[in-house]
Design a protein around this ligand. Sequence first.
Ligand SMILES: Nc1ncnc2c1ncn2[C@@H]1O[C@H](COP(=O)(O)OP(=O)(O)OP(=O)(O)O)[C@@H](O)[C@H]1O
Length: 224
Amino acid sequence: MAILEAKHINYFYQDGDQLRYILKDTTIGFEKGTFYAIVGQSGSGKTTFLSLLSALEEPKEGSVYFEGKDIKEIGYENYRRDNISIIFQSYNLIPYLTAVENVLVNMSITDNEMPGDEREIAYNLLDYIGLDRAKADRQVNQLSGGEQQRVAIARSLSTNVDVILADEPTGNLDEGKEEEIIEIFKELAHKHGKCVIVVTHSSEIAEQADASITLRKGGLTFNE
Ligand SMILES: Nc1ncnc2c1ncn2[C@@H]1O[C@H](COP(=O)(O)OP(=O)(O)OP(=O)(O)O)[C@@H](O)[C@H]1O
């Protein structure tokens, strides 16, 4: 069963007197253990679609369902805090805190049960994602772009959610680093059963994903 579903979604922007449709009666499901890429030309609506899935925007019609429940009923704030994580191109870390503190701050905002000591879990997550203790204890503005994105991924895992949404997560990284991040996403889906949904311009990510969704004017195509 899909963990996340968009059902009969309509979404448009008002452009003068005209309605510019981004999605028209769109229905799609996303499953755990799968790595999805959302692709499409610039302006096709990828970020908008991700904003709908992450309750940063509300559909004009239709709904998004998490584990079969309308996210409106769950409450958008509860849903964003406890059920999903979002990774941004610009990392959105707190620059004057260390890597481990960034992860800990995020843990403190959720009610989700943590299996053990939070600081220990934070170090372990950073280690898993490839940052040793010395880097974990460094202020994030003294880490490279690739390392900062790893901190952002560790942070996204720190609330123990099943759905990870990412908007151009490799947009600021060079090719070698992109490949390493793709490997992490694959492992999160295939080994840890996460549902990973990545909006991207990268053909490399689209090729390596289990399924890619192409957005075109007012619609989408699903390729497995
Ligand atoms: N708040 C808004 N009001 C009006 N139009 C908007 C708004 N936000 C986005 N748009 C328009 O909707 C379309 C889709 O935007 P969106 O950012 O979702 O596309 P995208 O596929 O993510 O693009 P890119 O790949 O360039 O990031 C664009 O034409 C954009 O200009």
